[in-house]
Design a protein around this ligand. Structure first.
Ligand code: SF4
Ligand code: SF4
Length: 399
């Protein structure tokens, strides 16, 4: 008998630690255009606008701490905390607009178009919230092993979630809202009906979860967002201030941290060191991607960072498929991962397309059970990139 999934119940509380005194952040511009006024040694206030995106769906970028720009390239800006000297404080206007304290805005009286524009300016990626649909699902289940934040948000940050949900309903006039929760959860959101489902991976991912809730494979009429996304909307909704923080499970602990907090800061906090052969994984244990630099800053989409010790997992290699069939048994999309991986391995990408590669949700279950340790997800991601089917590129860009 093989495992067809993993329980996502953390088993014990994992409170969110709020990081108040982060002294350095590194914010990646992605495809945003930095303001021309950004220069090294410029003083910036938390919430000051730093870069804008031309798409109405992608949030702009703001300083996540008070400080001074200590490094600036075409791809990132680094801000270090530095107390303002008294003379400079008194002459804040001379220090420039970026140093002015940011004032909260009101969302009262705005129609959905104006509201969407304002939220985009405040750093929120509004596309998932505005997509027209007949059913809107909020995924209140930890999406992957290694993520532990959903119950903690529902317990400790319900006012933010309620505020975010109120704005969401102004942005998207869906006829029905469902909050998906693990069985036994007592949480709720006013205005959403609760649907309890088994919290077992990969049933927590979008397509399997939509199927569990609607009974249908068709997902076009359904929008699903993570509780993580709703929480970010809620931070802005409750404060009226730009999005500067996010929640993430980092090395097994939950943090509410400024965007741009370097991975190294989390390692230092927990007294961890990365040894040769260890891997730092951005995202969950099953779908995450390796990152190379410990100076990389936390981004909006990062709901987990993990440290995988050398030797704790089997090493993947281009071993030949031994036709055991185990991958067929676990695939939640009823694909033939054995055939897909062979086509991808030998660059027969059109055959991948005919085998419905676009349906693969990159859950990693096939690779997990493969006794030949074939790099299944890597094959599929490579083939999707070749076929232009990938959403993976967007994840790499951090949009
Ligand atoms: S990664 Fe793709 S092919 Fe493999 S089990 Fe998941 S959905 Fe199926
Ligand atoms: S689990 Fe691995 S070895 Fe077995 S059929 Fe699938 S790809 Fe081949």
């Amino acid at each position: 008998m093989i495992d067809k999934g993993f329980t996502l119940d953390p088993g014990k509380p994992c409170p969110v630690t709020v990081l108040e005194d982060v002294k350095l952040v590194r914010l990646q511009f992605g495809e945003r255009t930095p303001l021309k006024s950004l220069k090294k040694r410029t003083r910036v206030a938390r919430g000051a606008l730093l870069a804008e995106h031309s798409s109405p769906n992608v949030g702009d970028m703001h300083a996540s701490i008070d400080g001074v720009i200590t490094d600036l390239t075409s791809t990132f800006v680094e801000i270090s905390y530095e107390a303002a000297p008294p003379a400079q404080e008194a002459d804040a206007a001379k220090a420039g607009d970026l140093a002015q304290p940011v004032q909260p805005v009101s969302f009262e009286g705005l129609d959905e178009i104006e509201l969407g524009k304002l939220l985009k300016k405040l750093g929120v990626a509004i596309r998932p919230f505005t997509r027209p649909c007949e059913l809107f699902i909020i995924n209140g289940i930890n999406p992957e092993p290694g993520m532990l934040y959903t119950q903690e948000l529902l317990d400790a940050y319900l006012p933010e979630l309620e505020a975010g949900f109120a704005l969401l309903r102004r942005l998207n006039n869906a006829p029905e809202y469902i909050l998906a929760l693990p069985q036994g959860s007592k949480a709720s959101l006013q205005g959403a009906s609760v649907r309890q489902v088994a919290a077992v991976y990969p049933g927590s991912l979008a397509r399997p979860l939509i199927k569990t809730i609607t009974g249908q494979e068709q997902t076009k009429h359904v929008t699903l967002v993570r509780l993580h996304d709703l929480f970010q909307l809620g931070l802005v909704a409750r404060s009226g201030l730009p999005l500067t923080h996010t929640v993430s499970t980092v090395f097994g602990k939950n943090y509410l941290a400024p965007l741009g907090t370097p991975v190294q800061s989390f390692l230092d906090l927990q007294g961890l060191t990365v040894q040769p052969g260890d891997s730092l994984i951005l995202g969950g244990a099953m779908r995450g991607v390796a990152i190379s630099g410990m100076r990389r800053g936390l981004r909006k989409a990062d709901d987990a960072i993990q440290l995988i010790r050398k030797g704790s997992r089997p090493e993947l290699s281009d071993n030949p498929c031994i036709n055991c069939g185990l991958c067929l048994y676990v695939c939640p999309m009823r694909l033939r991962p054995n055939m897909l991986s062979r086509y991808a391995e030998f660059e027969q990408y059109e055959s991948c397309r005919k085998e419905f590669l676009g349906t693969c949700i990159e859950c990693g279950m096939c690779g997990w059970v493969c006794p030949a340790c074939r790099p299944m997800q890597q094959y599929f991601r490579m083939a999707k990139l070749q076929l232009g089917l990938s959403t993976f590129q967007h994840r790499l860009r951090g949009q």
